[in-house]
Design a protein around this ligand. Structure first.
Ligand code: ADP
Ligand code: MG
Length: 259
């Protein structure tokens, strides 16, 4: 007999957010377990970014609850939610263009360690080897001394991933992580994300328009339409769902055969 299961990394319960007359998120409940990669898909305007913005504290929900590791974080400001181990890539991450990649990651590590109230590192290095380890983990070891401004777009996304990981997150939110990337680069970035998530048992919630990325890198898929979840399941189940095909997948699944 096992003890009671630990609370999920993220639990969202009955979340509602309206902008004037538009109910952008209309009673959404979901959970993401440690080590699980959940894709949130749906047409433009479905409410995906609004949901993310509530989870990381940029927007206060009208109704509902958000729990991170069992702790209620509903309505807390972003920096306090970040302190609870929630990281978000690619939209709010600031990179310092004139600093080297190593210095960027060292800065992020410093602010994270301050959050954890650990002692200021003495024998200096200021987390240098920790920063280099993170850069190596995202495939940027060779570029640690370059300044961020010189990076190609795909590598900038890898740097932003390293910065998010500096927060030692239990939950990683990625809103369209591969937007603007070339097809091959997308798969490579998501393969890196998947490997790291598995190693560190991080929960991931991501939105994505590239169905190859969704079906290749999600353990579970949730479909949002006009603020409501209309389907949930494995990639194969969601791909076969007639309602999902009607509102969203359209031609993509049509190619896979079936009526
Ligand atoms: P998605 O990310 O799925 O494309 P959004 O969450 O951005 O969808 O938008 C959901 C709905 O809420 C849309 O109708 C959008 O126009 C509206 N909306 C989003 N943010 C705001 C805002 N700050 N003010 C007013 N309406 C908004
Ligand atoms: Mg969006």
């Amino acid at each position: 007999m096992s003890a009671a299961a630990p609370p999920p990394a993220l639990a969202v319960d009955g979340l509602v957010k309206a902008f004037g007359g538009v109910v952008a998120v209309d009673g959404v409940s979901l959970a993401v377990a440690a080590g699980e990669r959940v894709a949130l898909i749906g047409p433009n305007g479905a409410g995906k970014s609004t949901l993310f913005n509530m989870i990381n504290g940029q927007l206060v929900p009208d109704r509902g609850r958000i729990r991170v590791g069992g702790n209620d974080v509903t309505g807390l400001p972003p920096h306090r939610i970040w302190r609870r181990g929630v990281a978000r890539t690619f939209q709010i991450t600031a990179t310092f263009a004139s600093m080297s990649l190593r210095e960027n990651v060292q800065t992020a590590l410093l602010s994270c360690h301050r959050r954890m109230r650990s002692l200021w590192p003495r024998a200096s290095g200021l987390y240098r080897s920790e920063a280099d380890d993170l850069l190596a983990r995202v495939g940027l070891a060779e570029q640690a001394d370059r300044v961020a401004a010189e990076l190609a777009y795909g590598d900038l996304k890898r740097l932003e991933l390293a910065l998010a990981l500096s927060n030692a997150p239990t939950l990683l939110l990625m809103d369209e992580p591969t937007a603007g990337m070339a097809g091959g680069e997308r798969g490579a970035l998501m393969a890196t994300v998947s490997a790291i998530v598995r190693e560190r048992a991080i929960a991931v919630l991501f939105t994505e328009h590239d169905m190859d990325v969704v079906f290749g890198h999600a353990d579970r898929v949730l479909v949002l339409d006009r603020g409501r979840l209309i389907a949930a399941g494995s990639p194969a189940e969601v791909r076969a769902d007639p309602q999902v095909r009607a509102v969203y997948l359209g031609s993509y699944v049509a190619e896979a055969g079936a009526s």
